[in-house]
Design a protein around this ligand. Structure first.
Ligand code: TXA
Ligand code: MG
Length: 409
């Protein structure tokens, strides 16, 4: 019966979660787990050896602080108020005695966006239970309460705040499926909880309410306009450095300095409003070069709003160029690739992310990874206007970091 299936599925998930929680509580190898933004690589944030395991698995430099994930405000209050044993009864002090409170500036954000893709910075308390590797020597720590029920259940059962960066190998695009995590970290971790594709697709927004005016340090799942509409956040400063990349002296190479979220292929980003024909010319030049050197060349195209299929380029008469379309669901899952000869001198692999910012965010990292899996040499990406607010700024922030060349017209 269906209920028997549902029931055994439920049991399998419960077993997986309790197994993962046990590894988190006592092991030193991090666990891959789903959140609503991207997959995280989690470790008990209170144990140094466990947190060091994250840096080892990701091969990430350890001067970069990690955020912690809590299942409840109660857990966060326990971090802010390290347990002092009551000398009479040996009982932990209760939260009603809390001295360290979450600063009031965060209250409207927390009540509106938690649980959800928003990370806040808090002062790390004296006697903090957090391993020093979490904060990388800073006096503050970043924390969020994920809206993924799977993630919160795991944290709850482990009964520990989890330090978790995105579960990709350092410099690769963030993972939005369990399969992505496996591809990057197989052999380096033992356990990945598979909760399907992530609903948001880009990381959380990081805000700093401890500075005056408050600042957005990383655009992400919660939009800037939404944050600005909260009391105390009207004058929020955009603390990330995208604006520096928008000068007119294009093309430029932001990826050199910030290489991040990058597939193996070279990424060429066309800012929104660039002339479609300049993108088409670039791709045609690639194809011609491939023909003349006789080497198979693969060009990936990631379209969003205005570019036509394969930038209007069609298979040519001499059958030296093939056009293949990669299909993707609105959830950002790759479902297939159309037939076409791969043996030709050049092929275009075309992928349409759709036009809504939600769909673009969900599919972006998956698209970059899929094209990498097909061994494309270069990926041309159609950007969107980041002034739209919401996710658009987060999407463009990631794309500018992934790209080696950005065409700004
Ligand atoms: O959506 C997300 O936030 C994902 C999922 C797994 O929850 N996690 C994530 O973590 O992206 P991570 O470690 O890759 O990114 C955390 C960001 C980094 O940009 C880091 O520099 C910043 O937050 N950060 C963490 N602690 C900080 C602190 N004390 N001060 C300033 N920035 C901090
Ligand atoms: Mg990351």
């Amino acid at each position: 019966e269906w209920w028997a299936t549902e029931k055994s599925k439920g049991t399998a998930e419960a077993t997986a979660v309790s197994q993962a929680a046990e590894v988190l509580r006592s092991g030193e190898i991090p666990v891959g787990f789903p959140t609503e933004t991207v997959y995280g690589l989690g470790a008990d944030a209170t144990r140094s050896a466990a947190v060091q395991g994250i840096y080892k698995a990701k091969k990430r430099p350890s001067d970069n602080p990690l955020i912690i994930h809590v299942d409840s405000l109660d857990m966060l209050n326990r971090v802010l108020n390290p347990t002092q044993t009551n000398e009479l009864a040996g009982h932990a002090t209760t939260n009603s005695n809390s001295k360290n409170k979450i600063p009031a500036i965060y209250e409207p954000l927390i009540s509106r966006f938690w649980p959800g893709p928003l990370t806040i910075l808090l002062p790390n308390p004296a006697g903090s239970p957090l391993a020093k590797e979490v904060t990388a020597g800073l006096t503050t720590f970043g924390v969020r309460m994920p809206s993924s029920a799977f993630a919160r259940l795991l944290i709850h059962v482990a009964d520990r705040p989890l330090a978790a960066p995105s579960a990709n190998a350092s410099t690769k695009p963030s993972p939005t499926t369990a399969q992505h995590v496996y591809e990057d970290l197989k052999g380096r971790i033992d356990l990945i909880l598979d909760g399907g594709s992530c609903g948001v697709g880009v990381e959380s927004t990081v805000v700093d309410g401890l500075s005056d005016p408050p600042a957005i340090l990383r655009p992400g799942g919660i939009g800037i306009e939404e944050i600005k509409s909260c009391p105390g956040w009207e004058k929020v400063k955009i603390g990330y450095h995208d604006s520096a990349l928008k000068s007119k002296d294009a093309p430029r190479a932001p990826g050199m300095k910030y290489r991040h979220y990058s597939p193996k292929a070279q990424v060429v980003l066309f800012e929104a409003g660039s002339d479609i024909s300049s993108a088409t010319l670039r791709v045609k030049a690639d194809l011609q070069a491939a023909n003349s050197t006789d080497g198979a060349h693969k060009t990936g195209i990631v379209r969003t709003r205005t570019w036509p299929v394969a930038l209007g380029i069609t298979s040519d008469n001499q059958s030296t160029v093939s056009i293949r379309e990669i299909s993707m669901t609105p959830d950002g899952d790759i479902t297939g690739i159309s037939n076409g000869a791969d043996s030709l001198a050049a092929s275009i692999l075309d992928l349409n992310l759709g036009s809504s910012a939600d769909a673009i965010a969900r599919g972006l990292f998956s698209a970059l990874r899929a094209l990498d899996g097909l061994n494309v040499d270069v990926i041309y990406v159609e950007g969107i206007h980041d002034e739209e607010g919401d996710l658009a700024a987060a999407i463009m922030n990631r794309l500018r970091k992934a790209s080696e060349v950005a065409i700004i017209v």
